[in-house]
Design a protein around this ligand. Structure first.
Ligand SMILES: Nc1ncnc2c1ncn2[C@@H]1O[C@H](COP(=O)(O)OP(=O)(O)OP(=O)(O)O)[C@@H](O)[C@H]1O
Ligand SMILES: [Mg+2]
Length: 521
């Protein structure tokens, strides 16, 4: 065995475990590769305060082989960075910063390129321009999986039709299929959660969809924050102290964490019986443990929340209206909250009574509406999540709500029945995904509680609407009965009061007039 021991490169590991990154089958692989590139384009544009204009093209080369191209009008990538970004796993600008962004791991686009290389042998092709006065860089790069290092196959200057931007082309084994977990669905939902973006989509059959920008308002541009002391575990605190550039313990606490004033830092050192002038780098593990306890015994303000931005109630409703034609809409955005020291925020929006379901169930009527289950659309930092719904904290929270309180039928722990779409969005500086493929949110109790509160707020508004609609329907039914029986009432009156036919007609038409007036009221 000793002779067999050797290093395993991260790329070899993920090449074998590609399902961990969302490349388990050809259909999902096509979606994941496009998703990684589009998410990066959106992040890059927003970071540079540019309203995103993104073109996604899929070309089918053979039955299983596809070429995808994603082009953006972002700031571009400096040519020296291109090989590492596209052909080295765990390389990126977002992992080390606590900032709300779609990407966070530094693995997405290089994994897509690696999957393309493994399945078709083709390198990733990139054109990127960072300055309108200069030519663009055109590179072909591929990953050396045994070393997790990039190999540059081609590097030259070229023309590009945008002043700045990036175009990525990957050839890969895939399968194009419409439906719930398709590229089409991902792009529709992306348009829903990003009203500030324009997305042009060239389908493999030659047709084009265009999701035009709905709002010229740049979404909230997030700022980076430092970790909150409550979210830092002992091992990390020890490591941060060792790596800190601060010379004194109190300065380390004040500068490397959020919400620790220099006064408070002094207080924490005193509580831990450590000198505030001690060198953080020479802290022993025992001392770090005492410091950790002292931190958790000190009352520290919650982390700043200006680092996360919601989509907004208006924008959420607009987003829903863009794709779902319904009779009732409601939205609700919660105030930011904190899990493990990380700020996060939940928002929800509901569209009830959408046309397709109504058609399916032949118009109104409670009983028929109950045949369809609610459609749940999950988003994390404005990215639609299409897989692993059952494993997601959003699904768990929505299933645990008692929807019967809002006049909807529901079996215990499942999604309620009704022709409706529910959108739930979590925005956070670090979204706790259950795996590297970023498909489901982990079950943190603080997150589940906030999801429930946001959805319940929408549910209450829906309940009020549904009860009102029910009252109106009952009223109409009552009037219907009266109208049906009106001629018989006339006949009975004739018999009782010995009225003439003419008089009966007058009584009946008078009653009809009264009914019509009350209906208009
Ligand atoms: N279109 C683009 N324009 C500008 N910069 C980009 C673009 N695509 C990628 N980048 C840069 O490349 C880095 C690596 O991208 P990659 O998708 O591999 O990781 P990530 O987005 O940081 O995290 P994740 O693995 O969660 O997607 C990004 O952090 C970003 O700095
Ligand atoms: Mg990414």
């Amino acid at each position: 065995m000793a002779a067999k021991q050797r290093d395993i490169s991260i790329s070899e590991f993920f090449a074998k475990n590609r399902h961990l990154l969302g490349f388990d089958n050809p259909r999902k692989a096509l979606l994941t590769a496009i998703k990684e590139a589009v998410d990066n384009s959106m992040d890059a544009c927003e970071e540079a305060h540019i309203l995103p204009e993104i073109t996604v093209s899929i070309k089918q080369l053979t039955e299983k082989k596809f070429t995808i191209t994603i082009k953006d009008n972002g700031p571009g990538i400096v040519s020296e960075q291109i090989p590492n970004i596209f052909a080295k796993l765990l390389y990126g600008s977002k992992f080390h910063s606590l900032k709300m962004s779609r990407g966070q791991q530094g693995i997405g686009i290089s994994a897509a390129g690696m999957y393309g290389l493994l399945t078709t042998g083709e390198p990733v092709q990139i054109i990127s321009r960072t300055d309108k006065r200069k030519k663009a860089s055109h590179c072909h790069v591929q990953i050396d999986t045994s070393k997790n290092k990039p190999l540059v196959v081609l590097d030259e200057d070229c023309d590009f039709d945008l002043p700045t931007g990036t175009q990525v082309t990957i050839t890969l084994e895939g399968k194009y299929q419409k439906g719930k977990q398709s590229v089409d669905e991902y792009l529709v939902q992306t348009a829903m959660a990003n009203p500030h973006a324009t997305i042009i989509y060239n389908l493999p059959d030659g047709s084009v969809y265009e999701y035009k920008q709905q709002s010229k308002k740049m979404p909230f541009v997030p700022v980076e924050i430092k970790p909150h002391p409550y979210g830092v575990e002992l091992g990390l605190l020890y490591k941060m102290a060792k790596e800190s550039t601060s010379k004194r313990l109190s300065a380390f606490l004040h500068h490397d964490f959020s919400r620790v004033s220099s006064n408070m830092a002094g207080g924490i050192c005193k509580k831990a019986k450590l000198s505030k002038n001690a060198r953080p780098a020479s802290l022993s593990l025992k001392e770090a443990e005492v410091l950790h306890t002292a931190i958790n015994e000190t009352k520290i303000m919650a982390p700043p929340v200006n680092c996360i931005g919601p989509i907004g109630e208006n924008e959420l409703e607009q987003g829903l209206k863009r794709t779902v034609e319904a009779e009732f809409y409601a939205a609700s955005t919660r105030k930011p909250s904190v899990y493990r020291g990380n700020p996060f925020l939940i928002e929800a929006a509901i569209a009830y009574g959408f046309k397709t379901a109504q058609n399916k169930s032949n118009g109104d009527g409670d009983d028929e509406d109950k045949q369809v289950q609610m459609e749940l659309k999950r988003f994390a930092n404005r990215v639609p999540l299409l897989y692993q719904q059952g494993a997601c904290a959003i699904h768990k929270a929505v299933g645990e709500i008692n929807w019967r309180n809002y006049s909807l039928s529901q079996s215990r722990g499942t999604l309620p029945m009704g022709p409706m779409v529910l959108m739930v969005h979590i925005a956070s500086v670090w979204v706790p995904f259950t795996s590297e493929s970023k498909e489901a949110i982990a079950h943190y109790p603080e997150i589940i509680k906030e999801i429930k509160l946001a959805v319940q707020e929408c549910g209450r508004k829906l309940g009020i609407y549904l009860r009102k609609q029910k009252r109106i329907r009952q009223e109409m039914a009552k009037r219907g009965y009266i109208e049906t029986y009106l001629p018989y009432i006339g006949e009975a009156l004739q018999e009782i009061l010995l009225l003439k036919d003419k008089q009966v007609e007058t009584v009946v038409s008078r009653l009809k007039e009264v009914l019509e007036k009350t209906r208009q009221l």
